[in-house]
Design a protein around this ligand. Structure first.
Ligand code: VTB
Length: 339
């Protein structure tokens, strides 16, 4: 079986397993369903192995998809092994409340090419291929966007940005220089897919670092470009109870990795593989992927994959009766998670 199809199916099944719990206001149930689906679908898959680099957390925090876990053809010493970043549900909150922005996503690349990223904030700029030469975060975001405007001789670039208090000023500045700003509540990974699909010119903002790995693989695989920088927790939340402890953990990570809060990270610093692949499937509505749906014994899922500069949007229909025979365990996933 072609590995890409297996991986595509993995995100599709993760997305459709969430269907039962969409809008039920329980983030945990949503996440559990997708994690279980991924585990079942990748179990005993032949001829390749996947090593989780960015997953659900460390072994003591996550029973499945923890960093270091090996999936796939685990008994076979010959099977080639790849690095994996996985977010079974990127945007558990929007999925739980049926808001826009949630997807299942994975990134796969050669072994030991992915940087394990901490639970930290990250400033990210993801630009379409047209602007890849102009990305230069150390100049500051507004200067970069002005360079892009000059280069293409139009001001009305389309930007997607998370609608968070921390972005208030930058949203005003972007609007003031003529950028058309689309604000999203959650889900910058889907926003990056929107850029690849031509719906926007760039995504900018401070979001999660582990998701940066997924976005970097998407940039590499699609010919777009991403730069990022880690942002200290205290810059976003100066007065929270956990700020002090968070900063200790973050500083320890920084020291260990020879990366600091000023380091501009290229996409290839996060995933050092030009042949990285990215797979996703839509869970809730909002961006360029259709949300997951179920009707009369069929699941409808909008999947997406990118590799080698090719981006594919795929509308898949799962006929449960037939698919149930696909592999052991899959019937229980469908029975358990259809409404
Ligand atoms: C969210 C989420 C993003 O980062 O914004 C999160 O919607 C972190 O921000 O898709 P908050 O702590 O303010 O919620 C992402 O998960 C990924 O970058």
């Amino acid at each position: 079986m072609n590995r890409d199809i297996v991986l595509l199916r993995a995100v599709e099944v993760a997305a459709l397993a969430t269907h039962k719990y969409i809008g039920r206001k329980d983030k945990k149930l949503i996440d559990q369903a997708a994690v279980e689906a991924l585990e079942v679908i990748l179990k005993n898959e032949k001829d390749f192995k996947l090593k989780v680099v960015n997953g659900e957390g460390e072994l003591d925090e996550a029973p499945m998809l923890y960093s270091g876990q090996i999936l796939g053809d685990i008994e076979n010493p010959e099977a080639k092994i790849y690095d994996l970043s996985v977010d079974p549900v990127e945007g558990t909150y929007p999925a739980a409340y049926n808001f826009a922005g949630s997807v299942a996503a994975i990134a796969v690349s050669r072994l030991n090419t992915q940087l394990q990223l901490p639970e930290m904030y990250m400033e990210k700029l993801f630009v379409s291929d047209e602007f890849r030469e102009w990305i230069d975060l150390k100049k500051g975001i507004i200067n970069v966007i002005k360079d892009m405007q000059k280069f293409c001789q139009r001001k009305d670039l389309k930007c997607i940005i998370l609608d968070k208090p921390r972005h208030k000023e930058i949203i005003e500045e972007l609007s003031a220089i003529g950028v058309i700003v689309r604000m999203i509540q959650d889900g910058d990974v889907l926003a990056a897919i929107d850029v690849v699909n031509g719906a926007a010119d760039f995504v900018y903002g401070i979001g999660g670092a582990p998701e940066g790995s997924l976005m970097a693989s998407l940039a590499i695989a699609s010919g777009c470009k991403m730069q990022s920088r880690l942002v200290p927790y205290q810059e976003i939340w100066p007065n929270e109870k956990e700020t002090k402890l968070r900063m200790q953990t973050e500083n320890a990570w920084i020291e260990k990795h020879n990366i600091d809060f000023d380091t501009i990270l290229e996409d290839l610093d996060l995933i050092a593989d030009e042949r990285a692949r990215f797979f996703a499937a839509g869970i809730t509505a909002g961006g360029s992927l259709r949300p997951i749906d179920y009707k009369n014994g069929k699941f409808y899922v909008n999947a997406f994959m990118a590799s080698h500069g090719i981006a594919r949007n795929i509308k898949s229909v799962y006929d449960i009766k037939k698919v149930n025979a696909l592999k052991p365990g899959i019937k229980s996933i469908f029975d358990k998670y259809k409404r």
